[in-house]
Design a protein. Structure first.
Length: 144
């Protein structure tokens, strides 16, 4: 795993590793908000990845999107790579609900962050791990 940008290190919980990406959970219980972080140094944009890495990132993103749909059953998935505050390439995967704190508006800075408690984190990791175990067409290892 590459060194995390200080903001990601401060705001996220490391969950595990895919072939290319580290899976992070943003420590904000307002939404199931995850980040895929490609393990490549000095990359700020998608097009800077090799073609093989671009394809792998897309495969991991689609695989994880299926996971989010089945585990959390959101009304909508928001997937974005912005990088305005954190230039290190990372892709947000946010499960959105019509009942969430700022639906239908974007989530960035909209409401006060509510950190997860230890039990909530364990529950999310267990749900993901169970889904990965039953749908293991992408290699994944839990790090937490």
């Amino acid at each position: 795993m590459i060194k995390l940008h200080p903001r990601l290190e401060k705001d996220c919980i490391i969950i595990g590793e895919f072939s290319l990406c580290t899976l992070l959970l943003l420590n904000d219980a307002n939404y199931p908000w995850f980040i895929l972080l490609p393990n490549r140094e000095d990359i700020t944009e998608l097009h800077q990845l090799s073609v093989k890495d671009q394809q792998q990132l897309m495969a991991e993103s689609m695989y994880f999107s299926h996971c989010l749909e089945q585990v959390f059953q959101p009304d909508k998935l928001n997937i974005a790579a912005l990088g305005n505050l954190v230039p290190q390439l990372h892709v947000h995967h946010i499960a959105r609900f019509t009942t969430d704190a700022c639906w239908p508006s974007p989530v960035w800075g909209a409401v006060t962050v509510i950190p997860y408690n230890k039990k909530q984190i364990e529950n999310i990791i267990n749900q993901l791990f169970t889904w990965f175990k039953n749908n293991n067409d992408q290699p994944f290892s839990i790090l937490t």
